[in-house]
Design a protein around this ligand. Sequence first.
Ligand code: GUN
Length: 287
Amino acid sequence: MAAEIIDGKQISADIRAEVAAEVKKLKSKHGLTPGLAVVLVGEDPASQVYVRNKESACAEVGFNSFKFELPADTSQEKLMDLVYELNNRDDIHGILVQLPLPSQLDSAEVLLAIEPNKDVDGFHPVNVGRLAVGQATMPPCTPAGCVELLKRSGARLEGANAVIVGRSNIVGKPAALLLLAENCTVTIAHSKTRDLAGVCRGADVLVAAVGVPKMITGDMVKEGATVIDVGINRTDEGLVGDVDFEAAREKARAITPVPGGVGPMTIAMLMKNTLKATQMTLPAQAR
Ligand code: GUN
């Protein structure tokens, strides 16, 4: 039987509506409006689109958004000064520096400078550490979006074998920690994994985050598995994921499409993290 298609667009819209409802409460009870600062250095066209999408999502949920556009030849010192300034502003609760940065800039140093409680990307080592010890205040948006898709599509996570293909700091590693927190038995597979097909065939939950078009073939998917495809690859046949969708949907219980699966979730989770960052500025009993 063909799989249920997990509708990331709809689930993202549901989450944004939940965030908007919370924002209304924050405004009426505390006079507080979440503020997200987005920093864009240079003129990378893809980054410009991402930043525009973030701004319109902010408007939709009722956040203030602040865009800081710096020229491509911006110095490290100038960017660091901006981050310090944003750290100190009370009207800004979340800071996102759009990656990748131009090559003269040291992104690790920039990410380290962001105040961890304003790090809505969840990339600061303090937040990575919190995630590792089970205090996931601000999990990275894309893997957190994968977990939401799994939960809202009815996947049973407790005791499930979860295999994540890909070990990046942005998706693979944090996805593993988040699924461990959901009581999955977690395996991270990667380019050096022996018998990758066999490992994937053991997965009740299969998350593909490698950036290789259609690398996960139908024979690598267990009957009844839930498949989450994080890949967005531009090919001659248009956008395709890391999973051979047509073949995998014959085996899976549920599967995300590309586009329209994981993609729309990243912004929804960014809105959720910014809301959380704002709520965290209130005394605990007032949240
Ligand atoms: N560039 C592409 N995706 C992202 C993201 O999630 N966060 C940041 N900061 N930059 C990105």
